[in-house]
Design a protein around this ligand. Structure first.
Ligand code: MG
Length: 304
């Protein structure tokens, strides 16, 4: 990145080990309205992501470019893969978390807590035990653009865990304003969860043995431009967060190593590409890619 508006912001020399000095941010596609929820499909060499206001999911690959993957898509938002490589999706319009089966059919995993409709599941991650962790802020019930306006049926905006083996849905944390993106540390000892409300921070929880057992929850980092939405963690435990001005990269202790400026407000990012060393970035209306020197923490799950 040599241009003045696209130059990497190196705040710590270790950042140079993560992003090539000559790395160029490439816009792969534009034409969305608010794109989110990128998930890399290693067996297809393709990226799935959501375009929430346009009520569609998109599929992008180097070979074929971008096309509509699903429409209507119930205003889907965050996506991830389960241990079998099936897409797990958060849907605003239907307040549910779904699984897309190999034949393309969609299975509802969870949509209610104690009889009450969830707000609008936002983002999701799968633990190596198979337990699904997701956040449930109200963005999909606050506007018609992102969902459908209605009253919340819950007392708050929770972090949930759901075990698809037992069907057990548990509230893991209640003290969020707007719980949003989430990711595990490489050894899964820590769960990071963003709060995109006024606190603008990412919190750090320690995992315990029980499925919904968490301790801690202290502030890990605060985002100084906009709010943290989605984020990912690399194999070294560095955290790659969305922010209003680009991607902010933090080391496992929370030190800001550097920034990758992006010309549109960033919603989320995802590791992918043939070696797992490309960072795909969903930002407002467009999908971007930047080559890295490091792969994502979940890469080994699906690498052959
Ligand atoms: Mg989000």
């Amino acid at each position: 990145m040599t241009s003045s508006d696209g130059a990497l912001r190196v705040l710590d020399e270790r950042f140079r080990d993560l992003v090539p000095a000559n790395a160029e941010l490439e816009r792969l596609w534009t034409g969305g309205e608010w794109v989110e929820g990128p998930v890399w499909m290693p067996h297809e060499n393709a990226l799935i992501f959501s375009d929430i206001p346009n009520d569609r999911m998109m599929r992008w690959s180097d070979a074929e470019g971008a096309r509509v993957f699903r429409h209507p898509a119930d205003k889907s938002n965050g996506n991830t893969l389960d241990l079998q490589g099936r897409i797990i999706t958060c849907e605003h319009l239907t307040n549910r978390v779904t699984r897309t089966e190999p034949d393309g059919s969609v299975t509802t995993l969870v949509e209610r807590y104690r009889g009450c409709r969830l707000n609008s599941p936002n983002d999701v991650v799968v633990h190596s035990s198979g337990v699904i962790w997701f956040t449930d802020p109200p963005y999909g019930i606050l506007s018609e653009r992102e969902g459908r306006v209605r009253e919340s049926e819950l007392e708050g905006n929770y972090l949930f865990s759901f075990d698809p083996g037992t069907g057990l849905l548990e509230v893991a944390a209640t003290d969020f304003e707007r719980p949003n993106g989430l990711a595990f540390s490489p050894d899964e000892s820590t769960l990071y969860v963003a709060d995109s409300g006024s606190r603008r921070h990412i919190r750090s929880f320690r995992m315990t043995k029980s499925s919904a057992g968490l301790t801690g929850g202290e502030e890990f980092v605060r985002i100084d431009q906009g709010v943290p939405d989605g984020f990912r963690v690399d194999v070294g435990g560095n955290l790659w967060s969305s922010a209003a001005d680009g991607i902010h990269v933090f080391d496992p202790e929370g030190a800001l190593l550097g920034k990758i400026p992006v010309p549109e407000k960033v919603s989320n990012c995802e590791f992918g590409g043939p070696e797992g060393r490309d960072l795909f970035i969903t930002a407002s209306t467009s999908l971007y890619r930047v080559p890295l020197e490091v792969e994502g923490a979940l890469w080994s799950r699906f690498a052959t």
